[in-house]
Design a protein around this ligand. Structure first.
Ligand code: ADP
Ligand code: ZN
Length: 578
């Protein structure tokens, strides 16, 4: 507590921090799951400062290491880092100070840690001044099935073998059950306790829409329903699945007057760095990116994260959307998805040369994500449930705000499934829907599918409604997408009870949603997302804008991002209290 007060300036520990610190300081290991911004760093920084000897922190993020070490030094903590960004001389100095016992905390890249020479150094320190603990940050990188796998992390099993008496603390902000088990296994954590904080991010509003004209939908989402709820001019991230789409989308958004920058692995390092810096420092920059963007981004005032394509898994989605709203102000996670995304992802999984068991896991993760996309209940409940956390319907997601209408879709499901069967399970959703609504396309007549008994039996529903049926049948596992046959739909054994009429199927109705965020229904008072000044009385809005301008000039003068000077929440409070 004294270190917490005197070094870090905080009055009390947050959440499970005290318990975790106690566990480590009494020599135990632990697995810590805390959302980003939850306060993981203190869990190893405090014990490393209090306990004699060196605290070793393994981190894969070079930029973050530097930031953390700079911040610690400002607080007077004896900290340093070792990674490929240091030249030989600087690295030599760090090693000297660590062997002479002049360091409390050393941040080190995993590949450096497991190198023979470094391990030999650690042996000497272990025998001399001692090693206080090993903290393995971003521990999910050890998981081969995860989305951030780092082969270097596999080498970390050496820590348990070589230094069995030194406490190991594994920390991550993202780990489902499978990944957790893998971390435990690879880092030899045995029966060490797990400290799991709530993963809920209550200020993030989740919305999933059917992908139609994705870009226009995105603009509609950004524009909101009124100037007060507009997100235009705020910082955000737009994720796309390919480089080409990133480039096109960024150019298109720029044409709409939005400060949009592209970011993907195909751009050279200096361009990427420049984009990242602008995003971090300026206000109102939108980065359009592949998943290459985000690791290590720590910008508190990101107001939205939009997905124009389906992410890889719920874990990936949660981590990507988790970059929004770290300052606690209202923020948005918005996604547009369609069956074509599913076809694409299935084909990636099926055509990868990963072993079958890994593909099985990937496939199960995709299914879980589809379940989320097609959820008829609170999205937050589904998300948190995936991480093993139970919660009540949140009132801050699209399905809570405008509950979807459920209807008995058994007969329609039967029609769709028989349409698939009658056409030989060789066609994608588009053709099957044409068949059901009775569209005599060229292909239809050429194949004589217009002669089938199912032709036109579904004319009572429109195409959008049928697409909704198709997606839900896929999400519920009654249909699969055969990527080897260009996305042909196939009926699974799970569909049999429905086909035989033994199981009733409730489906959510495809509501024609307007482009904006109102999602086709009533809005709750005060539930709308606010831009920075929305909850200010009119008289104060001008003052707030003035403060923002002043903040910007202070920030520019000091060469720091605006939020470093003051968060929006602070400016708002100044403007309100005068
Ligand atoms: P994480 O690594 O989990 O993303 P950090 O360790 O960077 O999170 O902490 C997030 C923020 O919370 C930091 O600004 C940190 O100073 C602050 N914080 C952490 N613990 C406390 C505490 N006990 N009291 C107040 N602020 C804290
Ligand atoms: Zn909800």
């Amino acid at each position: 507590l004294r270190v917490l007060n005197e070094v870090f300036g905080y009055d009390r520990f947050r959440g499970a921090q005290a318990e975790i610190i106690e566990q480590v300081m009494t020599g135990g290991d632990a697995l810590v799951l805390m959302p980003t911004g939850g306060g993981k760093s203190l869990c190893y920084q405090v014990p490393a400062i209090v306990t004699p000897g060196l605290g070793v922190v393994v981190s894969p993020l070079i930029a973050l290491m530097q930031d953390q070490v700079d911040a610690l030094r400002l607080l007077g903590v004896r900290a340093a880092f070792l990674n490929s960004s240091l030249d030989a001389q600087a690295a030599g100095e760090v090693i000297r100070s660590m062997t002479t016992g002049d360091l409390d905390l050393l941040y080190v890249a995993p590949e450096r840690l497991v190198s023979g020479g470094f391990l030999a150094q650690l042996d000497r320190i272990h025998a001399g001044h001692g090693i206080a603990l090993f903290a393995i940050d971003e521990a999910h990188c050890v998981s081969q099935w995860g989305h951030d796998f780092r082969p270097e992390y596999l080498g970390l099993s050496v820590l348990a073998e070589r230094f069995p008496d030194v406490p190991r603390l594994a920390l991550t902000a993202t780990a489902d059950q499978i990944t957790r088990a893998e971390i435990r296994d690879r880092l030899a954590l045995g029966a060490a306790p797990e400290f799991i904080s709530s993963f809920d991010r209550p200020n993030i509003r989740y919305t999933v829409v059917e992908k139609l004209t994705a870009r226009d939908q995105l603009m509609g989402f950004l524009a909101g329903d009124s100037p007060e709820t507009s997100l235009i001019g705020t910082s955000g991230i737009v994720y796309c699945s390919s480089r080409k789409k990133v480039d096109q989308t960024a150019a298109w958004l720029a044409g709409q007057g939005i400060t949009a920058l592209a970011y993907h692995a195909g751009l050279d390092a200096s361009a990427r760095r420049a984009t990242q810096d602008r995003f971090q420092r300026e206000e109102g920059v939108v980065v359009v990116a592949t998943i290459a963007f985000g690791m290590g981004i720590d910008k508190p005032d990101v107001r939205f994260v939009a997905h124009l394509d389906l992410p890889k898994s719920i874990e990936a989605y949660y981590q990507e959307t988790g970059r929004a709203g770290r300052d606690g102000d209202p923020a948005h996670a918005w996604m547009a998805y369609g069956l074509a995304d599913v076809v694409l992802q299935r084909s990636w999984i099926d055509s990868s040369d990963a072993p079958p068991e890994i593909r099985r896991v990937e496939s199960a993760k995709l299914d879980a994500l589809l379940g989320y996309c097609e959820a008829a209940t609170c999205r937050r409940v589904v998300l948190l449930d995936y991480f093993g956390e139970r919660t009540e319907p949140c009132g801050n997601c699209d399905t809570c705000l405008v509950p979807p209408v459920l209807w008995d879709g058994t007969v329609e499901a039967q029609k769709f499934l028989s349409g698939v069967i009658r056409t030989g399970q060789r066609f994608g959703a588009g053709h099957v829907i044409d068949l059901l609504v009775g569209r005599s396309t060229e292909r239809m007549t050429a194949l004589e599918h217009d002669q089938l008994p199912t032709f036109g039996v579904g004319a009572d529903l429109d195409q959008q409604a049928w697409r909704g049926v198709a997606r839900q049948l896929v999400a519920q596992g009654l249909l699969t997408v055969d990527s080897s046959a260009y996305g042909a739909l196939r009926v699974t054994p799970a569909a049999q009870p429905v086909l035989r009429g033994e199981l009733r199927l409730d489906l959510r109705r495809a509501t024609p949603r307007p482009a904006g965020r109102a999602a086709g229904g009533r809005r709750r008072r005060g539930a709308g997302v606010q831009t920075a000044h929305a909850d200010l009385a009119g008289a104060d809005a001008g003052l707030f804008e003035g403060l923002r301008t002043e903040r910007k000039s202070i920030a520019d003068e000091q060469g720091v991002p605006a939020y470093v000077v003051f968060h929006d929440a602070t400016l708002r409070e100044i403007a309100t209290r005068r």
